[in-house]
Design a protein around this ligand. Sequence first.
Ligand code: B12
Ligand code: SF4
Ligand code: SF4
Length: 314
Amino acid sequence: MSKHETQKGIKFMDTRTKKRFDKNPPRFIEKALRDYVRTSPQNRLDSFGGATIFDEPLVGFADGDDPIFLNYKKVVHADHFTPREILVKYLTEVKQLEALNPSQISVVSFILPIARQTRLSNTLEKEGPSLRWNHTRWQGQDFIDDLSAHLVSVLEEAGFHAVAPEISPLFKIYNLPDGFASNWSQRHMAYAAGLGTFSLNDGFITKKGMAMRCGSVVTDLKLKPSERPYKNHLANCRFHATGKCGVCMQRCPYGAITEKGHDKMKCVDALFVKQKPWIDGDCGSGYIGRYAGCGLCQTGVPCESRIPVRNSKR
Ligand code: B12
Ligand code: SF4
Ligand code: SF4
């Protein structure tokens, strides 16, 4: 490897690699993510002949001091971190570094579209997820954790501080009377980084569609923010844009989606109770994880792999 180790044990990039990084940091980061997704053996479904879990990622950047992040304390949860809060807290409390006040903060958000074969298999299902979708839920999330840690290392090796909030000890999920909320919502990061919008069923619609999983990293490297090419936080959903669609309502076997939106409590009941037979082996063997993973509302719908609205800017 073209890296060397300092006395403090921190690895830095060699001069040539650092030059390439400094020439165009966003391009370097995008390439690092793309290469990892393409080559990592972790992005493979062992039980399906090593088929790919995720296709090439979409990558976006946000200014960590964008006022939108303060708004997330209202729309997500009062304890939802701003990027600056989580980076500073992580560095001082977890890494035990001296008090820091970085002059700039950026968020790198990435979308991992789910492979076509997996989407197809889930489209054929009517009551619970396909085995392939279930493995994507759990092995796919392990891969996202791994990819996030990889990006943190790349940024640290380039001389910057970085944290992947969801895999840090600061990450929390709150069990609320009307569902769950976390203190670091990946979809809200993706929204800020111009990668897509929410929808009738809460799912996030990107230009590669809704059948995806996502992640993010916060750093004190300055990155030019991506444009947010939409009018509001629901613009990519056909139902919100035209008043028609609602295909996801029919796709949900448990009535958790209506014209009023996504009933999180019904969805939670479906995931943890109604679909327990899948995990218990009553609906086929080989299912893994704490729950089967459903996602029927993300497949067999017009927004599965694209934005189903002609111009969501309008
Ligand atoms: C808690 C959680 C759940 C809960 C609650 C889901 C929810 N809607 O919050 C339950 C258990 C029900 C759940 C189910 C599922 N989940 Co889940 N879940 C999470 C988790 C851990 C946290 C989400 C969170 O904090 N939400 C906060 C709540 C308050 O926000 P919200 O409902 O998303 O957002 C609404 C408001 O903020 C509102 N809003 C109002 N005003 C404004 C203004 C602005 C400016 C904005 C931006 C938004 C906004 O818009 C949103 C939509 O109504 C994330 C991982 C993460 N760290 O982000 C995964 C995550 C959201 N889940 C995911 C997935 C895939 C699923 C499932 C398909 C199951 C599976 N196979 O994993 C189902 C799908 C259910 C559905 N229809 O969305 C993906 C989403 C991918 C996508 N395409 O959208 C995530 C991001 C995981 C990942 N790493 O990719 N999940
Ligand atoms: S299926 Fe239609 S209504 Fe449902 S989220 Fe997708 S575009 Fe919106
Ligand atoms: S994840 Fe399943 S139960 Fe939840 S809203 Fe979508 S289809 Fe319904």
